[in-house]
Design a protein around this ligand. Structure first.
Ligand code: ACO
Length: 351
């Protein structure tokens, strides 16, 4: 039965990098605090008027070019984002149109930071079931729209205006969340292959009892209409995050799932060449690495330069590692990720 291989990768991040010092212009924080707690030094933000599909388009063009195929050869699109262009329809349809594709099926998935793991299982199923041969997987996020400030000119260094203490105080309420996220897109072209490559096995999980550990309280069809004026005044467009709880989930559930996957597939941890972990916090990944006894060079990180780009993270990391020659054919990789929902899982992939 056909497996899959990745024949092209690409990523895109918008605009100039926004440093921790730039964020400290609008809230009480510091480069030291952010770096020590998360490993992040800078991130990028999607500009006003641009959407996840625009960043996805740039990343997809690069991946398609690297794959040396025509966009018309793509017979399925999977688009992963938690910050879509519209409440509906999903960004997959919008991206397909921007790529000039008419009639190519596009599926939107909503597993946030864990999207890649669920995506791998879907890609495997679509290819093995014969529904697709060439699949474009894109993860893209425009988190800028939920940042707790409106002073973009100050953040971007276009104004030296100083915020009042009261203005900063409003932003401070959300500063633990605001410093973690960044925008960008990563795209991967998967193709069916007879080579011994593709998904070895995956373990994915969802526990919706913890949906409110990271969620957007405002908007949604629990109310009529689904958006009310006072939601803006109560800053309900800003996600609420229980950072400590998510941290605990990640450092307990991911090593447990990784071990279970190794046990089920009789894969010794030492035989895995690379551990491709979601980049939510460098400390989370260090804990996981220590618990699994994985040497530091086997778990590459790029959170320092991008922050947490949610569904964009793993595709961006894969693109960088492919270009660096770190990720190569025949290597055995383990993917690990946990995201809002909560959704989490691990996947073993032969490259
Ligand atoms: N700058 C300075 N101080 C801050 C900041 C900031 N940016 N943010 C919070 N603080 C302060 C708090 O106010 C608090 O002060 P206090 O002790 O006077 O009350 C203190 O720092 C400690 O705050 P905590 O929130 O307890 O800090 P913690 O050590 O837990 O780190 C963090 C916070 C970095 C958010 C951490 O909990 C984390 O990374 N959690 C995981 C989050 C995560 O993975 N989210 C993504 C999920 S995946 C997805 O699907 C998108």
């Amino acid at each position: 039965m056909a497996g899959f291989e990745v024949i092209g990768t690409g990523h895109y991040v918008p605009g100039p990098a926004v440093t921790n010092d730039a964020l400290a212009r609008v809230m009480d924080t510091s480069d030291d605090w952010i770096y020590q707690r998360s490993g992040i030094r800078q991130r990028h933000f999607c500009p006003e008027g641009k959407a996840a599909s625009d960043m996805a388009l740039e990343a997809a063009k690069r991946a398609i070019e690297a794959a040396r195929i025509s966009p018309k050869e793509i017979d399925y699109i999977i688009f992963a984002t938690m910050t879509p262009d519209y409440i509906f329809p999903g960004s997959g349809a919008v991206l397909a149109a921007k790529l000039g594709l008419e009639g190519t099926p596009a599926l939107d998935i909503r597993q946030q930071c864990a999207a890649m793991i669920f995506g791998l299982q879907l890609i495997d199923g679509l290819i093995k079931g014969g529904a697709a041969k060439t699949i474009l997987f894109v993860g893209a996020e425009a988190h800028a729209g939920f940042m707790p400030w409106s002073d973009w000119d100050v953040v971007m260094g276009e104004s030296d205006r100083t915020l009042t203490d009261a203005e900063k105080q409003k932003i401070n309420e959300h500063r633990a969340l605001a410093v973690l996220f960044g925008d960008g897109a990563g795209a991967l072209v998967f193709r069916a292959t007879d080579r011994d490559a593709g998904l070895v096995a995956a373990k994915v999980h969802t526990d919706g009892r913890y949906a409110e550990t990271l969620y957007v309280p405002g908007g949604g069809f629990r109310t009529r209409p689904y958006w009310k004026g006072d939601m803006y005044d109560k800053q309900e467009y800003i996600p609420r995050m229980d950072g400590r709880e998510l941290f605990k989930f990640a450092v307990t559930k991911l090593p447990k799932t990784a071990r279970a996957l190794c046990e089920d597939t009789k894969t010794p941890i030492e035989s895995i060449d690379l551990f491709l972990a979601h980049q939510a916090n460098a400390r989370i990944n260090s804990y996981i690495r220590e618990q699994l006894g994985v040497p530091v060079e086997k778990m590459p990180m790029n959170i320092e330069r991008f922050g947490n780009t949610s569904a964009g993270t793993l595709p961006i990391l894969i693109d960088e590692l492919t270009h660096a020659g770190t990720l190569r054919r025949e290597q055995l990789t383990m993917f690990l990720a946990l995201g809002a929902g909560i959704h989490w899982g691990c996947a073993l992939v032969r490259w």
